[in-house]
Design a protein around this ligand. Structure first.
Ligand code: CA
Length: 371
């Protein structure tokens, strides 16, 4: 009762101080209300799974924040936090869901324990590449399904960039067959991790900042992360000998922006459009940056640090492909929405395949033959 009296007093004081907007007939409506809303400024927090200013992945949310501030003429100011500054790297989903922060930047496969179907919006082993993945999400029905998966968590997802085909990982022994994964503890999240488990390995999920020490101290035997740009920055060449390609498990890994749904939908319409537009703009450039920076970083890794580049054998890839199909189909069958997502994903794959064969893939094959 006492708390209620205090609340009432505080409300009265605030009302007289603001001289407006305390309900009833005194609340400004119509053009006046809209004008006030148009003047309102917001300061939001954006939490990420990446170390602060981490190349590629961590720079994208910074660019988003700058762009939103500029496009909104300062009405929306966003402060970006690195992993662990407000919440740990892998608690971004919960933090934005609860409104501890209004926005997050991460990757969907980290949430397999909360929403297993989210993994379809991260990376699917031997699945769509970056361009195809974004095409499915934007034009093939993926976005609507993604929103449906996240809505019960009070979240709205948006494209947050793409790292392109990743590397296969860092190992301290040569990998020649499925048997080489027996008992191997490897940092590899999502569906790729599930595949490694089925062939006898031990997948673990570690955030970027924890991988180096785990590899150095033998807590893990191997790791994948992203590609040369990030792997160079994290110093894996110090603690592993062989750098394998290709990243069969992550050919078109989507990064994501997460918005607290209630808070996002309460924003004035123009700020919502600005946020969507800025997310789309910075998302579209991530893969471009990775393509160029990965190529330079790979040269540094091989020429300056003597990293041994290795390709996974074709017959190993064939075995992992088969196990991957089992894992994907089981996930798709595990729930009603999973069935609809898998059906949409497969329909998109089937739809674009023939055209990809005679366009992108034909061109890349022919170009490679001339070199
Ligand atoms: Ca990865």
């Amino acid at each position: 009762m006492k708390a209620n009296v205090t609340f009432l007093k505080t409300t009265l004081i605030l009302c007289s101080a603001m001289l407006a907007a305390c309900g009833g007939e005194s609340a400004p409506t119509g053009a006046v209300g809209e004008a006030m809303q148009a003047q309102q400024t917001y300061t939001w927090k954006l939490v990420t799974t990446w170390p602060k200013n981490f190349p590629g992945l961590g720079e994208t949310p910074e660019r988003f924040a700058d762009l939103v501030e500029e496009m909104s003429n300062g009405r929306m100011s966003i402060r970006v936090y690195g992993a662990g500054e407000i919440v740990p790297a892998l608690e971004v989903f919960d933090a934005v869901s609860a409104g501890t922060a209004e926005i997050g930047h991460s990757a969907a496969y980290y949430w397999r324990g909360k929403a297993p179907e989210a993994q379809f919006f991260g990376a699917v082993p031997f699945g769509l590449n970056a361009e195809e993945m974004e095409s499915w999400v934007s034009y093939g029905g993926g976005q609507e399904l993604w929103e449906e998966v996240y809505a019960p968590f009070n979240l709205v997802p948006m494209l947050g960039g793409n790292s392109g085909v990743q590397m296969g990982g860092w190992f301290n022994k040569e990998i020649n067959s499925v048997e080489d994964f027996q008992g191997l503890t490897m940092r590899i999240p999502g569906l790729g991790g599930e595949v490694i488990q089925r062939i006898g390995g031990v997948p673990v999920n570690l955030a970027a900042g924890d991988i180096y020490t785990s590899l150095q101290t033998g807590v893990i035997d191997a790791t994948e992360f992203v590609g040369p740009l990030n792997d160079l920055a994290l110093g894996f060449y110090d603690v592993a000998d062989y750098y394998y390609f290709p990243g069969w498990h992550e050919a078109g890994s989507l990064q994501e922006f997460l918005f607290n749904k209630e808070m996002f939908e309460a924003l004035p319409q123009d700020l919502q459009v600005i946020m969507r537009t800025a997310a789309s703009a910075v998302s579209a450039t991530m893969a471009d940056e990775f393509r160029f920076q990965n190529s330079k970083a790979l040269t540094t890794l091989v020429e300056e640090y003597g990293v041994e580049l290795r390709q996974f054998p074709d017959d190993l890839m064939a075995e992992l492909y088969n196990v991957s199909q089992e894992v994907i189909n089981e996930l798709g069958q595990s729930s009603e929405i999973g069935q609809r997502i898998l059906a949409s994903y497969r329909a998109f794959e089937a739809q674009v395949k023939d055209y990809q064969d005679i366009s992108e893939e034909a061109y890349i094959r022919i170009r490679a033959q001339q070199r």
